[in-house]
Design a protein around this ligand. Sequence first.
Ligand SMILES: Cc1cc2nc3c(=O)[nH]c(=O)nc-3n(C[C@H](O)[C@H](O)[C@H](O)COP(=O)(O)OP(=O)(O)OC[C@H]3O[C@@H](n4cnc5c(N)ncnc54)[C@H](O)[C@@H]3O)c2cc1C
Length: 423
Amino acid sequence: MSRDKAGKGLMADSVVVLGAGMVGVSVALHLRRRGCDVVLVDRQGPGEGASFGNGGLIQREAVYPHAFPRSFSELLRIARNNAVDVSYHPLALPSYASPLLRYWWHSEPARYAQVVLAWSALIRTCLDEHLALARDTEAMALLRPIGFMRLFRDPAALEAAAAAAEIGKREHDVNFSILDSKALAAAEPHLLVERAGALHWTDPLSVSDPHALTLAYFRRFLEAGGSFMTGDATTLASAGSGWKIQAQDGPVEAARAVVALGAWAPKVTQPLGYAPPIFGKRGYHYHYGMQGNAVLNRPIIDTDAGFALMPMRAGVRLTTGAEFAGTDAAATPIQLDRAEPVARKLLPLADRVEDKPWLGVRPCMPDMLPVIGPLPKHASVWCAFGHGHQGLTLGPTTGRLVAEMMTGEKPFVDPAPYRPERF
Ligand SMILES: Cc1cc2nc3c(=O)[nH]c(=O)nc-3n(C[C@H](O)[C@H](O)[C@H](O)COP(=O)(O)OP(=O)(O)OC[C@H]3O[C@@H](n4cnc5c(N)ncnc54)[C@H](O)[C@@H]3O)c2cc1C
């Protein structure tokens, strides 16, 4: 890391970015492009956290973040702990009580409307920001402009979803089309069952390999002169006027640090006096082959059962909904076990590709907004975490916003709603 000309102090533009997921890699690339001297640090290889095995959707349609359910029947369904889409470890519930209560509070309709304003301001930039990083690189081949479909069994539920989508179109410019049963069967000829129809979100990009996408942006960072080191972010300590990390190959010093550790962010911010009420929603995947010459043309979500199937490089990826359990607790892929038989009735899936399921953690905040900005008590440590269900979508947007703020440019989105001191 650079020192000033006399070799004494750290260069003011030196930054260590902690966490090389989609968010950290995007922050590092944007900072490097603005001339900062950047070292990216992760305990694993780049993109091997939640950014590895997600659903691969760049979700331009996701202008309404996942709210806490407010209906009693829905809460009762979840409480029974036998659903496909939501599951929990009973012993983990005490640690979730406070953030979930706050999540419920922020999901009250009037408060939620304010959240939507702040959240959608980020979401509406996601396609442009990904394309700005991907253009003229191998990443373009990973971004498929095919959108994704939500399948419905019940015609009334499809009609309600169409009405809600109309509001989204009017308020947030999201595009969609409605497929009846026949049109759905034509679009996905290998579906084994008939459905009432589907809502096709036409804007989203579907990434054929999310890990490869993070690696492609990571390569651009290296080509731009950035560097990567393996190390443990929890070794962060103040060093003179800056910060120091103990990496495997020696210490890394920088004037400023960015915490982009996803669900693990509090491990670094808490010792610095900032304990964000982040909570994990864990999710799993398996890949499957397809029997014979069957194909899945685009990602589909079984709305009634609550899981997703995505055609990916590695096979058809089945991803699950939310599991409430300790961030680092052992995997309990019960939702995959519940989803797989339903998925096999939907599509002619062949064998599982892997022996073991993949597990990732969505870093969620009670007010459904990411945490972006300097720490309240340490202005030289910046936050870039808490993107919940849409961190793949929002990595490049957050990367640009953080880099603009840190280098004194006018931010392209008003950063006020995401400031860390709101907690
Ligand atoms: C099943 C599932 C499906 C999803 N589908 C989608 C989707 O379709 N679209 C979408 O936009 N989002 C989706 N998401 C959410 C998305 O994956 C996350 O929001 C996003 O990956 C978070 O990125 P991140 O960079 O903040 O965190 P991560 O990718 O988790 O990166 C954090 C990094 O910090 C590193 N780290 C942690 N602790 C330390 C330490 N002590 N020292 C050093 N390094 C450390 C980790 O190794 C990791 O690389 C999904 C998530 C899941 C689980």
